[in-house]
Each structure stands twice: as structure tokens, then as C-alpha cells.
Design a protein around this ligand. Sequence first.
Ligand SMILES: *Cc1c(COP(=O)(O)O)cnc(C)c1O
Length: 823
Amino acid sequence: MKEFHDADAASTNPKNIGELKTALVNRLIYSIGKDPIDTHERDWFFALAHVVRDQITLRWMESMRQYYLSDAKRVYYLSMEFLIGRTLDNALLNTGGYEAFRLALEDMGMNLDEIGGEEEEAALGNGGLGRLAACFLDSLASLRMPGFGYGIRYDYGIFSQRIEDGWQVEHPDNWLRYGNPWEFARPEVLYRVQFYGRLVETQDTDGQRRYQWLDTQDVMAMAYDLPIPGYGEGTVNNLRLWAAKATRDFELRYFNEGNYIKAVEQKTSSENLSKVLYPDDTTQMGRELRLKQEYFFVSASLQDILVHFGTEHRDLAELPDEVAIQLNDTHPAIAIAELMRILLDQHGLAWDQAFGITVRIFAYTNHTLLPEALETWPVRLFERLLPRHLQIIYDINQKFLDEVGRRFPGDGDLIRRVSLIDEDGGKRVRMSHLAIVGSHKVNGVAKLHSELMQSTIFRDFARLFPDRFINITNGVTPRRWLHQANPGLAGLITEALGDSAWVSDLERLRGLVPLAGDAEFRSRFRTAKFDNKARLAGLLKQRLGLALDPASLFDVQIKRIHEYKRQLLNLLHVVTRYNRIKDQPTAAWIPRTVILGGKAAPGYRMAKLVIKLANDIARVMDRDPALQGRLKLVFVPDYNVSRAMELIPAVDLSEQISTAGTEASGTSNMKMTMNGALTIGTLDGANIEIAEQVGRDNLFIFGLTAGELAELRRRGYQPWDYYHANSELRRALDMIASGYFSPEEPDRFKPLVDSLLMGGDQWAVLADYADYVAAQEAVDRLYGDGEAWARQAVLNVAGSGWFSSDRSIREYAGSIWNIQPQA
Ligand SMILES: *Cc1c(COP(=O)(O)O)cnc(C)c1O
């Protein structure tokens, strides 16, 4: 690929700037309908977004035309979540228009950053899984690969979080309030999605049994398209999101009864389907509306895929040569049964041919080993909502179990374990088993995760289908997470490497290795980090009235709040450090700012209590003069993609401290490494590969390994032993349990401490405490030598190339999808 320049020289000449200014004013007047003498900044944001979208749209049509003409195989990425964030800056940087638009706005007395601040986040996801989908779309487009996203256009994305009196309070995310300037509504792209109803069995002329699904309650799926601009010479791909619309028939039925109001009510009720994103990423909610959302977007997407394929005039046997479908977790796994239904009932294919086609098309990405997150649905619900799909799942299961029985005669327990139906206590459909049996590849998202997936939850399947299981380690897009989020460091890297080719070829960062030993480079690197910290301090001052010292060590843990991620371990270290400082107030402490951020699922009591604990500890410490300039704790509210982009460039120490064997991959660990943070982490998820890539000496690894923890549990883990053996741990726990940080309600945090001491400490917080605190001491020692720290930080950036999502996507394209970049 030829090198792409951030600011095309031609685009910043006076003539072009003049044209942009005219275009902006025209859009303001004709598209937004505002008089330039009486505007809000938001009006200018919308005008700007429209001008930028115009430019992208031409390239997008070119890309679509090219894909059409080459008739290349396509991948469709099905995901319930796309955590995109803001689009404006990303689009400007990917297309090279940033500088020209900045100048045009400056000429008009405006500031691009301020105008960009008016954009609402597209927060259609919970966390890592949804953000991965967004990074993958960026990489597919940047690599010129024919890849299309399908998801749901939720009216409300993940809730916005406010902190009131230290507690999380959820507020609705009304992101479409002012409209979404990036999307194209496609009222003509409309598909019928059926629910409920009854089955009628018929006989074909050739004696085959067929089924008709009748008397269904239907909802329409309407398409909205979001163009996804690749970087530089990349293509512009498409993300198609479905919104629920009422059918006309529905209304008619009630109209005929003369019940107008009832008809309108019915209309709103079916449109509720795409109203809101479920805000929990780690437990299975099992609500009917959720299963409806899943089938809704799967059904619409498959209809759309088949329309494009041209089922009317093509042989369906060719479908796997034209189409690959990736299932992002099991949420869209019902697509396997849906494609079977279409092939059998609508196209009359024989079972074996239909199933052969289906398996060649689908692949499934597993994201979690936590049993409570594995998706299952009551058979009774399935039967009511999707009767034909349940029947097909039973048929898939029957044939699969027959085969297992032939290969392993007499092993009834194996049959019970691998069945698509869990027969224990109320029968349930196991969506992961459906996804495995109906796919040709199943991947985990980091080496350890993929190994554990095959040795634990899917062990039987790994034995049955040894070639099906592979690893593809996650990645993040360097465009958003380094080039865009950290212009200071990005500029320095470009200067040091001689060009910006690293933005689309991140392995080139290896070229920085020799510069880790270059004092002049290190000094500039340190300045860039300091400037980012000062900038963050400024933002938090303005937004929250906080005073952060950019010279202190910025120690950051930002991610969803969950017990397995162990924010509580972090807080135990904070309390321990607090006690140490109080005990020796005159010692030479390395000043530290500990920053925490993340949302808790609204129904997750323990996680919400952790947020309150962080805020209560912060309050006590803020009032204590002994702590001033030594230790500060901050909880940043409403962690989202934009917050992440502000925080990550300013991180010194990246907290990746999940219980070994629980964090499938993690991706904030990658973003922070790329931005020159050092990791303090367990040997979990992709931390292991980060250690391999940047060198084990350049991060702080602590704690039990997954294997050691399994062994400890076999012997019988006793959290009390750790409590009794470690006086600092005991002191910290006693303070929290007895109300030291919550004198107005001394028992407030007892449930947290009880979960550790009485509840068996499921996540081994106490087992890892001492080693964690020791690793934190090593952090202080290294940070005390700024040059030594900077050397290792440079080596972290230099070793982060492997974690580009471009690498992940190339692996998917090569080993699963069999798709090629377009010329
Ligand atoms: C990257 C990212 C995540 C994932 O973070 P992990 O630490 O890997 O869980 C979650 N939320 C947002 C907003 C992100 O940008």
C-alpha cells in the first residue's frame, strides 16, 4: 500500500479551504436549516458532519461498485453490539481531511475540537466485545476487505453513568435526540420478521416433509446504513443496523375492529424491540425481549445477505464460496437454525446438503469461560417464540448425537454433556453448543483463553472436532487508539521512523527498539506523556473540579466493574498504601494518582458497591492532609469510548489484574501498551502475549497462574489463612468492614468483605494480595528512575505491533473466511 499522508498538501491549499468553507455554510443553511448569524455549535457540528459524509459517500459507492464487479467473497460480521464512539475525528483522520477542515473552521472563528465535542457517542455496546466489533470494522475497511457489519440500531445505547453521593445512577442514553448525521435511513430496505405462530406439516411431491410457519406476529426490520471509512487508501465499508417497525397488517387487524387506538398501541409495542441495549455483559438475563432482539436482527440480516447473493437465479450450493458469516459470541447463533429453515422450508434443499452449506458458512467466536455468561434459553420459551427453529435444533441435535453415539458407543454421559439441550432441571437450549456444531471454526480470543476453552468448557467438543478449534488473539485499531487518541506520541513516532507507514503496518513500531536507548528520544517521549497527563488533568479539572498532579504516577484501571476484574484488589492496595503513608508520613513516597472508571450492570449489587467504596475511600483520603501530594484516588464517571481516548494516552501504569483464567483477552491492556504504559498484571488473557511481545522484564507480572490457582482450589482454598497471615491485609479489610470509610453507615461494605472471607473469595483476591502489593513496590522503584521507566515504556510501544486488529483480521481472513483484500 502506498504511503498515506495525514494532510494531503493539496487539501490545505487556500482554494480548497475556501471551498470547504462554502460547503459548510451551504450545509448549515440547506441541510440544517439554520441562519449562519444565529447558530449553536451543534448546528455547525451537523453541517460539518454532512460535508464529511458527502466525501465519504462517494468513496463508499466506489467501494460497493468494486465489490459488486469483482464478485468477491464477503464476510458478514454479526454482532449484537458495536461500541463505536464518535465518528467525526476518526473519519477526518482516516480520509486525510483533518487539517483542511481544522483550518477552514479556524478561518471562520471556530475550533474543530470544540465542534467535535458536540457529537453524541454511538455507544451500542457494553464493553470489550462491542468495541472489538468496531475495531474489526475499521481494520476490514483499512485492509480493503469486503466485510460488512450487521447489528441493531438501538434507540438507547448503554446507559450513561452519573455518580450521586458516590453511588452509580443510570441515565438513559438518548443518543439519537438530535439525529444521527452519519447514517442513511433505508425505508425501502424492509424485511418481515416472524414470531410465535404455529407450524403446518406438508408432504412434498418427492415425499419430503416440509413445514409452513403460519399465524405469526410480525415485526418489520428497517435498514440504516453507516459508512465505515478505512484509513488512507482503504475502502469505505458498510455497517447495516436494523430498527424495528410495525407491520401494516397489524394495524389493519385492529382497524377492522374499529379500534384505532389499540392499533397505534400495538405499533409502539412492536417497535420496542430495538428500543434498548441490554446493559449486562457477564450474566445471561434470559428475558424474552432479548431473544426476540437476537432473532430479529439475525433474520433481517440473513434475508438481506440472500437478496444480495441472488437466490432467485443462483445455485445455493455456491453460497459458501460467496459468503462467510462470523458470529460474535452466541448472541446471533440462532442464525444457524434460521439459515437451515430457509434452505429447507423455502428452497426445498435436502437436510444433508443444507447442513453442509450452513457449517461451511458459519464460524463462532467465544468470548467467555464464565458459566454464568454462557447463553441458554428455556425450551418452553423457544417453542412459543420460534417453534420451527426449536424443531430444527432438535433435528441438528439428533443427527449430531447419533454420530457421537456411533463414534463413542456406550458413553451416555458424553451424549448428555454435549447435547444442544440441557436436560437438568427445566430443559434449556445451549446456544454455545448450537454455535459449535453449526460452525466450521470456533475461535478463542487469546492463546490462554483458547487453550482453556478446549481443555475446560468445550473439552468434549475439542475431542469430537479437533480441527474446528483455533485461536485468534484480539487486537485494537491503531488508527483510533494511537494515531487519533495520542497525536503527540503519534507525531513523535512518525518523525522517529521517518514516515507514518506504521499507522497501517503496526509491526513497524519495532523500529523504535533502538530508540529506547537514545536519551534524546526518551526525553521527547517523556514530554509527550507528561503533556498528555497535563491535558487529562485539565479536562478533569474543568469537568469534575479535580486537581490532579501530572508529575505523579498515573495508575489507571478502566473497564466494566466486575468481581473477576478485581477492582477490589486495586482498592485493597490503595488502602494499604494509605496506611503506610499514615504510618510514615515523612518517608519519600512516589506520588501516585489512582484512577478508576467503569460502569456496573444496573442489577449487579456487588459491582455497584465497589463504585461506592472507591468514592468513599477517595473522600476520606481527600480530607487527609497527610495524603496531599502523595496519594489520590479518583473515580471518573461515565467511562465510554471518548473517555477512554482521553485517559489512555495519559496512563503510566495499566492495571490488568483479573483472576488468572477469567479475562478472555482484554483489549484495554493493548490500547495502553500501545500508548506507552507499563502493565501491572496477572498471567491472564492477552497479558501473556503482551509479556512475550514487549519482554517479560518490561512489565510487572504478579499472582497465581491459572494452573496454580486450579491446584490451590483442588487442595482447598482458605481465604482466612491469608487474612491471618498478613497483618496489612487484615488491617485493610477490617477498616473497610468496620466502616472506617463509611462512618455514617459502618456496615455498608460488609457484603464486599464477606464475599472474600465468608463467601470463599471466588476470585482469589486474598491469594494474590501480597504479590500484588510487592509488584506495586517494584513499580515505585522503577518510576523513581524516570529514565529507566521511559526506556521500558518505549519498549512497550515498540512491542505493541502484534496487537493491531489488522493482524487479527488478516488471521480471520486467512484461516476462517477465505477472503482477500481487493485491489
Ligand atoms: C477497550 C474498551 C473496553 C474493554 O476494556 P477491557 O479492559 O479489555 O475490559 C471497554 N469499554 C471501552 C469504552 C473500551 O474502549
